[in-house]
Design a protein around this ligand. Structure first.
Ligand code: NAI
Length: 328
């Protein structure tokens, strides 16, 4: 058995941290061979070729083939998994509408190419920012693909939320479960300590274990939400290895399943009052190659007020891309 995995932005920083892990079997497990398709823009094709040479030099037994192209139709032909990493970054003086428009020019044609050429079981993960709205654009331009196959990444935010909570409580990460992110992959995201648990016995709600709402609201939320900016400040470059790691986690769990709740930004079916079709992060359960938004979780007044802020931001982005004609 083999899977065709398309990675866009393959010559970029995340691409470099991602491709070797995919080829080594960490994405879809040790029993499945992978065929890599690298999509890049023309000026970066040579760099992608260099990365492909290194992939060959790793002699990965599971790596069946590598193709490099600047044509989305070729890149997504027969793809089972698409990891859309390449995106247009915000440059100085760029307004939000310009950023959305520039990314629309990338994600609209990629959505169409996925629609026309990908395998029937295609699963799409958007990493390139603004990730939720880029996924919304691709999804709306792929009317023949079931919309739930389009997802965006909030797993890095979840992993950051685990790390910072473990440090606060001075406990191992593995003692935490069901800690998920709601909303947009942006500083407004909401890491939910009400539904997260600290393993027992007796098991305890994370918010009770912390027992410090001021810390939750004034330190934890902004520190998790702005971790990306803190990393840019410290490294002089944005998160790459941790982003690639989270992308692996996201697809690995979607394909192979996982215990407990995980965070995925997925098209809403109207759950928790999030408008139908908006791509927002939810608590999901993954098994058998599918995911399901988990309903009936506690959403109190505090959580709801935070979820409203992040979902409203997504609604604004949706309205902006609609007015630009990028979605129907
Ligand atoms: P990078 O600038 O190093 O690489 C991006 C690559 O995408 C470049 O090689 C560029 O040539 C390529 N590219 C641009 N347009 C393309 C197109 N139309 N088709 C194919 N490739 C194209 O950036 P890096 O660090 O790899 O980050 C990639 C994206 O991931 C950025 O948008 C970044 O903001 C986002 N990101 C998202 C995170 C998340 O948690 N969702 C976390 C960290 C980064």
């Amino acid at each position: 058995m083999s899977k065709t995995v398309t990675v866009t932005g393959a010559a970029g920083a995340i691409g470099y941290a991602l491709l070797f892990r995919i080829a080594s079997g960490q994405l879809v497990g040790p029993d499945e061979k992978v065929r890599l398709r690298l999509l890049e823009i023309e000026p970066a094709l040579k760099a992608a070729e260099g990365t492909a040479m290194e992939l060959v030099d790793c002699a990965f037994p599971l790596l069946e083939a590598i193709d490099i192209t600047a044509d989305p139709n070729e890149a997504f032909d027969g793809a089972n998994i698409a990891m859309l990493v390449g995106a247009r970054p915000r440059t100085k003086g760029m307004e939000r509408a310009d950023l959305l428009e520039a990314n629309g020019a990338i994600f609209q044609p990629q959505g169409k190419a996925i629609n026309d050429h990908a395998a029937d079981d295609i699963k799409v993960l958007v990493v390139g920012n603004p990730a939720n709205t880029n996924a919304l654009i691709a999804m709306n331009n792929a009317p023949d693909v079931p919309r739930e196959r389009f997802t965006a990444m909030t797993r890095l935010d979840q992993n950051r939320a685990y790390g910072q909570l473990a440090a606060k409580l001075a406990i191992p990460l593995t003692d935490i479960e069901d800690l998920v992110i709601w909303g947009n992959h942006s500083p407004t995201m909401f890491p939910d300590l009400f539904n997260a648990k600290i393993k027992g016995p007796p098991s305890q709600k994370a918010v009770d274990a912390v027992d410090d709402m001021a810390w939750y609201e004034n330190e934890y939320l902004p520190n998790v939400g702005k971790r990306g900016a803190a990393i840019i400040e410290a490294r002089g470059a944005s998160s790459a290895a941790s982003a690639a790691n989270a992308a692996i986690d996201h697809i690995h769990d979607w394909v192979l399943g996982a215990d407990g709740l995980v965070s995925m930004a997925v098209p809403s079916g109207g759950q928790y009052g999030v408008p139908d079709g908006l791509v927002s992060s939810f608590p999901v359960r993954v098994s058998g190659g599918d995911y399901e938004i988990v309903e009936g979780l506690e959403v109190g007044e505090f959580a709801q007020s935070k979820i409203d802020i992040t979902v409203n931001e997504l609604k604004e982005e949706q309205a902006a891309v609609k007015s630009l004609g990028l979605i129907g």
